[in-house]
Structures are given as C-alpha cells and as structure tokens.
Design a protein around this ligand. Structure first.
Ligand code: ADP
Length: 360
C-alpha cells in the first residue's frame, strides 16, 4: 500500500486507501524563463480513480499534461507512471510508456481521410498488431462507445459527440493504464457533454480505468470526478474529495472558480448590502453531508418562530452527498444571535454577509 508523505491526498473514498498509484508527481518544477509554469507540484492518482484538475487559464494545466505524457521534461522532481519514473527516459524509452496513456482532446484530433474503425485501430497498427486483430479490437471498442454502426463512416459525417466517442475508443485501443482528458467536452453542447461524461464514468466503472481530466468546466468535475485538485500559479492550492471541496472551498481562487455552479446571492441584493448593521441581516448558510439532510429550517422555525426568511439557495447532490447552500434574512436584531447559535449548533457554516436597509 502506498502512503507517500510527500504527496498531498485527501479523500474519503475507500478506493483511495486500497488502490496503488497509477500516477505520482513529486515536487515537479518547470520554468519558462522567469515563469514558474509548475512550481513544486505533488499529486497522485490511484487506480480506478477519476481526478479532476481545475484552474484558470495560465495556471499550468497544459504544462502538467505535457509532463505526464513525456512531451515536456520537468526541471526537477519526478513523474511516475505505474511506479516508473519517466523524467530521465530517452525518447525511445518513452514510446512504450506513452502507449500506457490514452488521450482525448477538445478538438478530437481524428484523421479525416480514415474511417472511424481505421482511426480507432491506428494506435494498434503503430504497435504492429495484425490487421484482423486490429479490426476485431476496433469493433469491440466501437461497441463499448455505442458506435458500432459507424465503423465505415468518415469523421466528417459525425456529430461532435460521435467524434469524441471515436476519440475515446481510439484512446482505449492500447489498453492504457491512464486516460488523460484535455478539455474533452469543452467544444460540446451541454446535452452532448452530459452523454460523454456518462460514457466516461461507465468506462471507468467497467474497466476500472484511471482518468485524469483537465478542465475549466466545474460541471464536468462535479459530475464525474472523485477527487479534485485546484492549480493556480503552478501550484496545487487545494485538493480533496469533490463534494468536500465544492461544499467548503478554502481558497479564494477555488471560490471564484466555483462561482458558476454554487448558489450565489442574487446580484441586486448583493449590491444593496452594507456592513452597517441597519435593516435585514443577510446570512449565508452552508451545510454538507448528513446534516444537510435534516429539516434544518423547519427546526429553526419551530425553535425561533418567525425569526427568518429564505432568500435563495438549494441542495445539490455531489458524489451522492447532499451539499446545501442557502441565503436567509433576519430582520429582528434581537433574533440574530439566537439564529446564529442555533445554526452553528447544527454544524452549519454561517456568515453574516451584510445588512439590507431597503427591507426596512
Ligand atoms: P494553462 O494550460 O493552465 O492555461 P499553461 O501550462 O499553458 O497553463 O501555462 C502556464 C504558464 O507557463 C503560463 O504563464 C504560460 O504563459 C507559461 N508557458 C507555458 N508554456 C510555455 C512555453 N513553451 N514558453 C513560455 N512560457 C510558457
């Protein structure tokens, strides 16, 4: 069992404790002139796990991917794939290791002059597999991604979602230890994105495939990842189980990245808030895990009748864990402390965001 002290890994998944690391980066640094694209990244991905890496543009995501597939050499630190450090390997030594990594891309990267089955079989041709074996494997893979009827079609006749299915089938042809997804759903509409994510999750379960996905779409991570790492300025600034990080982000960059998918105080109310304690106190109330399943507000109403009103919010479910975020208003100043005490007593994270004088 692996328990490296240098690798940051926080997760509640039982899988995490039992599975070996497929990928392990230790203190990886890569500078371009004065820019530290990777500034001491330590990260691990365990067998069968889906790790999402999120970060703004320029955070270091592409450099991280290139270090993983050997296209970029770190200045220092180690990159291990299935326990083997690839940082010192020659181009020739890297070739068989690259086959252990399947990649899918935003723009699919299919060969337009080749049919779907030829695209899927291409990595096997490069490996030297006989034609009959290649086509048999391509047929299996097209079946896996639900595209058996398109084997003889050309990419130009396919929709974006179908093209990505071909991309996934091709990435799996060499039975990789790791699937690297580089913004693979960024060019797809929401419905197609959802179908591709469902397919990736299905393959992850069926094949126990390890997936590392790099994305700027929080929804992608929310939907299929087990764990998330946030990269900023070449450093991993936050990492943990997706439900845990998404329900209680610690870092301002993480908070701002998650703004698109967490309930936010409606803008017209946020603009009216002042720190002067006059008017209705507006509170954010965050809860995750079992406590989020309790009738918190019904209980608060019973305990302190007419003490608050619900303004905005809701309950999400991430990795089957309820994650609740609400905004409430308390008009009577004498009720504010009792409300805060009650909510804190129920393990909620409560913050007074400000006061809305217009409600007077
Ligand atoms: P991301 O993929 O998150 O947008 P990158 O890994 O592409 O981030 O870039 C991280 C930082 O490193 C950026 O400041 C970028 O300008 C710089 N960088 C990346 N590749 C190069 C390069 N080949 N030459 C010079 N600077 C680079």
């Amino acid at each position: 069992m692996n328990s490296p002290s240098t690798v940051v890994a926080v997760t509640t998944s039982p899988l995490a404790k039992e599975s070996p690391d497929v990928v392990r980066l230790t203190d990886v640094r890569r500078n371009f002139g004065k820019t530290a694209a990777l500034d001491g990244v330590s990260l691990s991905v365990r067998k069968g796990e889906i790790l999402g890496i999120i970060g703004r543009s320029g955070a270091g995501k592409s450099t991280l991917i290139r270090c993983l597939n050997g296209l970029e050499r770190p200045d220092s630190g180690s990159v291990e794939i299935e326990g083997r450090d690839i940082t010192g390997l020659s181009e020739q030594q890297l070739q068989p290791l690259r086959r252990k990594i399947g990649m899918i891309f935003q723009h699919f990267n299919l060969l337009s002059a080749k049919t779907v089955e030829e695209n899927v079989a291409l990595p096997l041709k490069i490996e030297g597999l006989p034609k009959a074996a290649r086509l048999k494997r391509a047929a299996e893979l097209l079946d896996l991604v639900g595209l058996s009827d398109k084997a003889k079609a050309y990419p130009s006749s396919l929709s974006g979602g179908q093209k990505q299915r071909v991309g996934i089938a091709r990435a799996l042809a060499g039975r990789p230890a790791l699937l690297l997804s580089d913004e693979a759903t960024s060019a797809l509409d929401p419905e197609t994105t959802h179908a591709i994510l469902a397919l990736l999750k299905d393959i992850n379960r069926k094949l126990d495939l390890t997936i590392l996905l790099i994305t700027h779409e929080m929804e992608v991570v929310r939907t299929i990842a087990d764990r998330v790492a946030v990269i900023d300025g070449g450093r991993i600034i936050e990492e943990g189980a997706v439900w845990s990080v998404f329900s209680d982000p610690q870092n301002d960059t993480t908070k701002s990245l998650l703004n698109t998918i967490r309930p936010r105080l409606p803008e017209h109310i946020a603009q009216r808030l002042s720190q002067t304690p006059v008017g209705e106190a507006v509170l954010s109330v965050d809860l995750a895990g079992p406590e989020a399943n309790t009738p918190l507000f019904a209980d608060l109403s019973a305990h302190l009748p007419n003490s608050f009103r619900l303004i905005h919010g809701g309950i999400d479910h991430i990795q089957e864990q309820p994650v609740a975020r609400f905004f409430i208003g308390v008009t009577d100043p004498a009720r504010l402390d009792p409300v805060l005490q009650f909510l804190k007593g129920r393990s909620a994270r409560v913050e007074v965001l400000g006061y809305d004088a217009r409600s007077l």
